[in-house]
Design a binder for this molecule. Structure first.
Ligand code: ADP
Length: 486
């Protein structure tokens, strides 16, 4: 009766440890599967799985054993599983420092077979003491190796989890050596389960508990590494975000610089254009003052002068409004815009330059062309293209200089083109047109087309170059009616 209760209790110990190891295995396995920062060590996972299989087989064996001098074959299986688990755990510790050589892998695989044969032989011919001595010496050797490898790893990379693993492995070594000492000094021969000294059972169980603790420590070590890797990738993500933000700020500054450059190039003609209505107004006011002083002002004349003053004033206000709308900061959001109006604003700014360079403008725009986009940015695209066309036409000897702006609905959006009948673009320059800093002009920055491309792309559209009919350059861009991002 006592014998059976004792066996049951012992078996229960093994099963409980098996359940704990199983819980550890599944817990960590799912943890690993849910992330891909750190891959699990197959040696540790394998060792844990084989160890728990060994515990189950061993526990089952205890339930059925009668004479421990002649245990059944399943004890050979259980011990071979323990040996394999110990090999894999030691290899895991080795792999912390360097890759495992192939010869090690093959050597240890063969050693499992050799172990199986030796233990099977010992099971048949040797005593319980000899088998215990054999197992504890073998296990101790692995523990010493394991501790040595963990120490080495800790020197390079301090880790609290590795310290726990080293303590647990040292404890395993202590209890294994303790078991060896007990069987060596035992003067009596153990035959029945109840004859095994209590202290030996205690040491065996404690050694197994320590073994489970070392598996837990390795699990902790991996969790620690995953946490570190996660923190690192979070940091990297933050750095990428900061870089992207910096890029956006830089592009924002480039947009501003480009606006200043493109309108700056026109500033002389804009100033000239502004001066005209202002000068005319000034003359009209002086005329009005004189007529008023002389008392010669009749209602007809009065209306005529005031109408001219108002028209001149509106002309000047239009130019200012167009310039303001180019530099306006408020239009950062995407709004519903009428393309014809947008083109008109650009033309208001360039008209003086267009006139002074003797350029004819042909407009072929669908008056109802509407899109949802960032008005300021699209305006800048058109201004850049128109400016480039004016510059190209200004530098060519063509008598009949023409700038054509077309816009229409296409299948899934709108298409706008700006064409000129200048010299066009040489074939070799076409591939790099939209690249940053690619310019053929002495005063050019090579920013305009790159920015156009950037703006159009971020509206979910595309821009390209075509040769215009009869030579010259034609830039076409297409935008979705509802831009994705603006
Ligand atoms: P930038 O005008 O500062 O040189 P852009 O990016 O606007 O920079 O233009 C890049 C180059 O593309 C220009 O230097 C010019 O050689 C060429 N290019 C652009 N538009 C035209 C055009 N309409 N006709 C001829 N060449 C053009």
């Amino acid at each position: 009766m006592y014998d059976r209760a004792m066996k049951l209790l012992l078996a229960l110990y093994f099963f409980i440890l098996a359940i704990i190891q199983m819980g550890l295995f599944f817990g960590i396995y799912h943890y690993y599967r849910s992330q891909n920062v750190v891959k699990p060590s197959p040696y540790w996972m394998g060792s844990l799985l084989i160890s728990l299989a060994g515990l189950i087989v061993f526990g089952g064996g205890i339930l059925t054993i009668d004479d421990i001098a002649t245990p059944q074959f399943n004890f050979t299986i259980a011990n071979a599983l323990f040996y394999t688990a110990a090999v894999l755990q030691a290899l895991f510790c080795f792999s912390l420092n360097r890759p495992i050589p192939r010869v090690f892998k093959i050597g240890f695989a063969i050693s499992i077979l050799v172990f199986l044969i030796i233990f099977e032989w010992l099971r048949n011919v040797a005593t319980f003491e000899i088998r215990t001595a054999f197992m504890t010496i073998l296990a101790s050797t692995f523990y010493v190796w394991q501790i040595f490898e963990i120490r080495k790893k800790r020197m390079q990379e301090p880790s609290s989890q590795l310290s726990y693993l080293q303590y647990a492995s040292s404890a395993e070594l202590f209890f294994a050596l303790g078991r060896l000492a007990i069987v060596v000094v035992s003067s009596f021969t153990i035959r029945q389960v109840e004859q095994i000294p209590q202290i030996l059972i205690l040491f065996t169980i404690t050694q197994l508990v320590m073994n489970t603790l070392s598996y837990i420590a390795i699990g902790g070590y991996w969790a620690e590494r995953i946490a570190l890797a996660n923190a690192k990738s979070r940091l990297e993500n933050q750095e990428i975000k900061a870089l992207l933000l910096e890029r956006e700020t830089l592009i924002g500054s480039l947009l501003k610089a480009n606006k200043t450059a493109s309108t700056g190039a026109l500033s002389a003609s804009i100033a000239h254009e502004l001066n005209q209505p202002l000068g005319a107004s000034s003359l009209n006011i002086q005329f009005l003052q004189k007529k008023l002083a002389d008392g010669e002002l009749n209602p007809g004349m009065q209306k005529e002068i005031l109408d001219t003053l108002l028209a001149d004033n509106q002309r000047a206000a239009n130019i200012i409004r167009s310039l303001r709308s180019i530099f306006s900061e408020s239009e950062v959001k995407s709004t519903k815009i009428n393309v014809a109006n947008l083109v008109q604003i650009v033309l208001d700014i360039v008209t003086p330059e267009v006139h002074s360079k003797n350029i004819q403008i042909a407009l072929r725009l669908d008056p109802n062309l509407q899109i949802h986009a960032n008005a300021g940015e699209i305006q800048q695209v058109i201004l850049n293209l128109v400016n480039n066309a004016i510059q190209a036409l200004a530098s060519c000897a063509q008598a009949d200089k023409r700038l054509t702006i077309e816009g229409a609905y296409v299948n899934d959006g709108i298409q706008i083109s700006v064409a000129d009948n200048g010299y066009g673009i040489p074939a070799e320059a076409r591939a790099h047109l939209f690249e940053l800093l690619s310019s053929t002009k002495t005063s050019g920055m090579g920013l305009g087309l790159w920015l156009c491309n950037h703006i159009v792309l971020r509206h979910g559209g595309s821009i390209w170059f075509e040769e215009a009919v009869g030579g010259g350059a034609k830039f076409i861009f297409q935008l979705p009616v509802e831009s994705i991002e603006a």
